[in-house]
Design a protein around this ligand. Structure first.
Ligand code: SF4
Ligand code: SF4
Length: 389
């Protein structure tokens, strides 16, 4: 089968990430952010995105603004860009989202976002002291100021916590911080920075990440009526449904694309700014067949084939799919030498979920929702309860 005919394992919507700039005013310790004055995408490039997508695919598209820090593009950029994107790719259905630290949020920007009902994902690593230790003095207050403006305009904001080798030790504080604030918890592990002086310093060891996932599964089950832990929901749904619920656990290649500030097209926002992963440029209006000729496209699909071979005996392959290709490929300079290093963590949590579901369904644990539960044993919420939440 030709690479361009391969279908992803999940019928997920087509996703185009727009990176208006790689600049960021933050100075997070484990990030690779660049100068605040880094070039910003022009409206001309947005118009070319629309032209490019007109004949690219038939299905609906989600545009996510990512960075760098996308709010550096300013209110005028969004005032012009959003209607162009919204109207330009019709009759396709269009949805928007943004990932921002919220520092540059203003009433003006919030009003524009409210018009398009744009959900916001923002980064916060826990309570102020812990957050600012990792992300720099003043980060917490800057983000909270933007958060308040967003909420005043009725916008939905969800925070994403990066667990590092440092903050993992404070997992209980972080969980309770989210619980007390009534916020949904979404998180990811710090990866070895490819651009810092000490790449491993903040990275979360895969085994520690696996233990953290199991810890958060337990905490979620204890408090499920008061908090939502998105990652755990996604992991459980993956096991139940037999296919991944987020990009990490599906074949993202071809269904996710990113456009950098100059119109270059990449496989995902994580590759933006790395010239070796450029697959084309929106100004050339490349079709899928054109992108498929690029080295980066081929590498992504080679990774898919590698996973098919190397993970074929793993019981979790259907809802794991080898994890994130970026995590697997970039630390080895674009050579495929293994799957996502978090394979260890994924196996730990998938094994745990599977074991508990089996116990709940076939007895032995006394957990609520067990089909063959012993009525004499005390019951507490189990994974099946999460599925019916
Ligand atoms: S490369 Fe990784 S982060 Fe990017 S879309 Fe694929 S799985 Fe998601
Ligand atoms: S858990 Fe590891 S071996 Fe199994 S599918 Fe995922 S990456 Fe492959």
């Amino acid at each position: 089968m030709a690479r361009t005919e391969q279908k992803s394992a999940i019928n997920m919507p087509f996703h185009v990430m727009l990176i208006p700039t790689l600049g960021c005013p933050g100075k997070c310790n484990y990030c690779w952010s660049s100068d605040e004055k880094s070039p910003v995408m022009s409206i001309e490039t947005i118009k070319e995105v629309v032209e490019w997508l007109k004949d690219f695919r038939e299905d609906s598209v989600t545009f996510t603004f990512h960075g760098g820090e996308p709010l550096l593009a300013g209110a005028d950029f969004y005032r012009e860009a959003l209607p162009i994107l919204n109207e330009g790719v019709k009759p396709k259905k269009v949805a928007f989202a943004i990932q921002t630290n919220l520092w540059k949020m203003t009433d003006e920007i919030a009003e524009i976002f409210a018009e398009y009902n744009i959900p916001i994902g923002s980064s916060l690593d826990g309570p102020k002291e812990l957050n600012d230790f990792q992300r720099g003095e003043g980060y917490f207050e800057n983000t909270m100021r933007g958060y308040r403006i967003a909420k005043e305009h009725g916008l939905s904001v969800r925070f994403i916590t990066t667990f590092t080798s440092h903050s993992e030790k404070f997992r209980e504080n972080i969980f309770h911080f989210y619980l007390e604030n009534g916020w949904t918890l979404k998180f990811h592990p710090a990866l070895p920075s490819l651009r810092g002086d000490e790449p491993e310093k903040w990275a979360l060891d895969p085994e520690e990440y696996g233990k953290l996932l199991i810890y958060l599964l337990d905490k979620y089950l204890e408090n499920m009526d008061q908090i939502e832990v998105m990652n755990i929901d996604h992991l459980c749904k993956g096991v139940f449904g037999g296919r991944g619920a987020v990009c990490t656990f599906v074949d993202c290649m071809g269904d996710v694309l990113a456009v950098g500030p100059d119109g270059s097209i990449y496989p995902c926002y994580r590759f933006v700014g790395m010239p070796e992963y450029v697959m084309g440029n929106v100004y050339d209006h490349p079709g899928i067949e054109d992108l498929a000729k690029s080295d980066a496209w081929k590498l992504m699909f080679d990774y898919k084939e590698y996973v098919d071979q190397n993970c074929k005996d793993c019981t979790h392959i259907k809802y794991c799919r080898g994890g994130c290709p970026y995590n697997a490929i970039t630390p080895t300079n674009g050579e495929i030498k293994g799957v996502d290093p978090h394979c260890i963590s994924y196996k730990m949590i998938f094994d745990e979920i599977t074991k508990r579901v089996n116990e709940e369904m076939f007895g032995g644990s006394g957990l609520e929702m067990g089909f063959f539960q012993d009525p004499m044993k005390p019951s507490k919420p189990g994974i099946m309860s999460l599925m019916f939440k």
